[in-house]
Structures are given as structure tokens and as C-alpha cells.
Design a protein around this ligand. Structure first.
Ligand code: HXC
Length: 263
């Protein structure tokens, strides 16, 4: 891979780094294609539970991802623009539907497509150096990777529309206050905290985590009564797993449970 780095940490945690620091990790077609391929490969590991939490970050000190590549987009036709958007959408969907949780560790600029990338992750944490914006309308375009929709759902339409219409860049503390990120850390602590959060997630039963993610995603936009019905079959299916049997037996027998197997 030319633009991506992947590292496996202990406890079934993986770290995927977008590595194009000379362009502040901007998403050109090459980065997008590599993300599609790499996420498809990693999804297989996650299905088998050898990967149980993925952390997504950007290379260098300055940027998570500074958006889609403006130099590449500048001369696109209508059709090319649509095709470029659709390829990125596939990455956003691969992250959203990824079989285990994905944490965005936002180490710097998360602008345009970079912010949109974080919105497709399950959880966002940021360093104090992070900043967030949707600069697209200042470039004569709109957010094209689902940013308007996902940001509205996360922080409400009012804040989302303000960010889209103004292009204002907000700092990590403001992002925290509107619920765009869950936690803010000093830059040198960001990856340690991301890994600690990931390990806390991977200490729980992987089938249950995967089922919870599917139910949470499928429930978005549904009426409460319809979304609670989605939950019931998934809840029932947990009782077919060895992990449920072992965890509950261990509780009743007052002993620690054996490590979760994902079976
Ligand atoms: C291409 C980019 C880039 C981008 C930075 N670079 N962002 N190249 N596309 N989005 C390149 C610069 O051209 C420069 O290359 C190098 O990275 C360093 O950037 P500088 O501008 O010199 O750094 P700095 O002065 O610190 O400014 C940082 C910055 C600025 C504020 C992040 O680079 C910036 O405003 N970038 C654009 C951010 C943006 O508008 N993003 C949204 C894009 S639209 P050289 O070769 O000169 O060193 C989008 C649409 C998504 O994301 C939906 C698509 C379907």
C-alpha cells in the first residue's frame, strides 16, 4: 500500500494510518482505492474476530485528513464529480458497516472529507490540536461523502447546517461541547488513550459488540417501536454463543470468565 500503514497491536486492536503527510493526508483517488481494498481485507479479520477494534488516524503531527484532494477535483466534470463522490461513499459505508467498532483518533485537521471520514466511525476522540470544518461551500461544492446527513444526526441539524453554510473551523473543545467528539486529550496521549479505549471494547464479547453495532446502525431514523423490534432477534441470538454461556456461568459461579472467543 502506498498511502496506508497498518499495524496490529495486542488484544485484537488494529491501527490503520492514512499516510500522505506531504498533502496533509488528503484523499485522492489512490487513497480512496487503497482504503476500499484494505477495509475489505480487514473486514475479513474482523468477521473472524481476530481484529476486534480498529483505530483510524492520520500520519504526521498536523493532520488527520485535510479533505478530498482539491488539485484532483478542480477540473472534474459533473460525471467525474459524481463518480469521485461515489467511490468515497463506498469507504464511508465500509467503515460504518465494518464488523467491529472503529475509533477515529483525530490528531489534527479533520476537514471536508476528513471530517466526513470521522463521522463514519463509531467513536471519535481528538487531540487538543485537532480542528474540524466542512470547507466545501467555500470551494463551490457541498460535502459529498454523507457529511450533511451524518453530522446532522450526530450533533443536530442546527450545528451541522452552521458548519456547512459558514465553513467555520472549530477546535477540539468546541467539538467536544457539541458531541462531535467523545474525549479530548493532549497530543502525546491521544494514541495511548485510543488504544486503552479499544482494549476496553475488545475485553467484551465480540459477537455481542458486533450485534450491538448492527442494531445501533439499523435503528437510525426508525420509530422507537420499530427499532426495538430489531433488537429482539439480535438479543435472542446472543444466547446461541459460547461467550454468553461462559460469561453468565462465571458470574453465577463467582469466578472470572475465560477469555472471549467470539463463538
Ligand atoms: C490537496 C492539500 C489539501 C487538500 C492540504 N493540501 N489540503 N492538497 N487537497 N484538501 C496540501 C497543500 O496543497 C500543500 O501542498 C500541503 O498539503 C500542505 O498544506 P498547506 O496549505 O501548505 O498547509 P497550511 O498552510 O498549514 O494549511 C493547512 C490547511 C490548508 C488549512 C489544512 O492546507 C487547507 O485549507 N487545505 C484545504 C482544506 C479543505 O478545503 N478541505 C476540504 C476539501 S473538499 P504543497 O504541495 O503546496 O506543499 C472535500 C470534499 C469531500 O473534502 C467530498 C468529496 C466528494
Amino acid at each position: 500500500m502506498k498511502y496506508l500503514l497498518y499495524e496490529e497491536k495486542d488484544k485484537n486492536v488494529g491501527v490503520l494510518t492514512i499516510n500522505r503527510p506531504e498533502a496533509l493526508n488528503a484523499l485522492n483517488s489512490g487513497v480512496i482505492a487503497e482504503l476500499q481494498t484494505c477495509l475489505a481485507e480487514l473486514a475479513k479479520k474482523a468477521e473472524e474476530h481476530s481484529l476486534r477494534c480498529l483505530i483510524l488516524t492520520g500520519a504526521g503531527e498536523k493532520s488527520f485528513v485535510a479533505g478530498a484532494d482539491i488539485a484532483e477535483m478542480r477540473s472534474m466534470t459533473v460525471e467525474e464529480g459524481r463518480a469521485f463522490g461515489l467511490e468515497g461513499d463506498k469507504v464511508m459505508e465500509a467503515l460504518e458497516d465494518f464488523p467491529c467498532p472503529v475509533i477515529a483518533a483525530v490528531n489534527g485537521f479533520a476537514l471536508g472529507g476528513g471530517l466526513e471520514l470521522t463521522l463514519s466511525c463509531d467513536i471519535r476522540i481528538a487531540s487538543t490540536k485537532a480542528s474540524f470544518a466542512l470547507p466545501e461551500t467555500g470551494l463551490g461544492i457541498i460535502p459529498g461523502y454523507g457529511g450533511i446527513q451524518r453530522l446532522s444526526r450526530l450533533v443536530g441539524a442546527g450545528f451541522a447546517k452552521e458548519m456547512v453554510y459558514t465553513t467555520n473551523r472549530i477546535k477540539a473543545d468546541a467539538a467536544l461541547s457539541i458531541g462531535l467528539v467523545n474525549h479530548v486529550y493532549e497530543p502525546e496521549a491521544l494514541m495511548t488513550e485510543a488504544i486503552a479505549l479499544a482494549e476496553k471494547i475488545t475485553s467484551n464479547a465480540p459477537c455481542a459488540i458486533a450485534a450491538a453495532k448492527k442494531v445501533a446502525n439499523a435503528s437510525v431514523g426508525l420509530e422507537l417501536s420499530k427499532s426495538t423490534r430489531l433488537e429482539n432477534p439480535a438479543f435472542g441470538a446472543c444466547f446461541a454463543t459460547e461467550d454468553q454461556k461462559e460469561a453468565m456461568a462465571a458470574f453465577v459461579e463467582k469466578r472470572p470468565h475465560s477469555p472471549f472467543t467470539g463463538k
